[in-house]
Design a protein around this ligand. Structure first.
Ligand code: URA
Length: 188
């Protein structure tokens, strides 16, 4: 199903019991940000702090991400941020394909309702979630960084997940360069 009203969809997400992830969640975590975003960011899944407070990317990964975005002049007003699945997988595991497939209708609706100019897929899981929507099979994120794909008038940029940058800070320059490239394209 594709939803035609974001607020209505978010209230459905908050009470969603369609997959096993609802069993252990404290809060389902809906996307937040601009309703006319230039940039639409997709993460993997809520972690502990997001599960506690219901806000995507509100932990360490989010701090790094927001700082890099701000440094490359993509302001909070210009972006919307969401996840491939809206509930925290137990023990911070990667979401299982079953949950990703079930939750994909929410992501698909967010994209269709907000029609962003640019989608940034943060990490392999979000690229996989996106491939369920676009029908394109992307490769592994590490080979995809620096590339961009056109889909229905939207540009898709594969990007490291900020947690992968936190694990290896040598990736920070590449991470920031992707955002710089996005900024350049948006300002042209
Ligand atoms: N927080 C999120 O909301 N998503 C992630 O992928 C990681 C941390």
């Amino acid at each position: 199903m594709v939803y035609d009203d974001l607020e209505n969809m978010n209230s459905i997400i908050r009470n969603c019991t369609k997959c096993i992830l609802h069993e252990n969640r404290k809060n389902a975590v809906c996307g937040i940000g601009s309703l006319a975003p230039e940039v639409f960011l997709i993460g993997e899944a809520p972690g502990r702090s997001e599960d506690e407070n219901g806000i995507p990317f509100s932990g360490r990964s989010g701090n790094l991400l927001r700082k890099s975005l701000a440094d490359t002049s993509i302001t909070e007003h210009a972006f919307y941020i969401t996840n491939s699945v809206k509930c925290r997988p137990p023990n911070n595991e990667k979401p299982k394909r079953e949950s990703m497939k079930i939750c994909n209708e929410y992501l698909k609706s967010e994209i269709q309702l907000l029609r962003p100019k640019v989608i940034i897929a943060l990490g392999n899981t979000s690229l996989t979630a996106l491939s369920l929507i676009t029908g394109t099979k992307y490769g592994n994120i590490s080979e995809m960084i620096g590339k961009k794909f056109e889909w229905n008038g939207t540009l898709i940029f594969p990007q490291f997940h900020p947690a992968a940058v936190l694990r290896n800070m040598k990736r920070l320059d590449i991470f920031n360069n992707v955002f710089l490239e996005v900024t350049k394209i948006l300002r042209n």
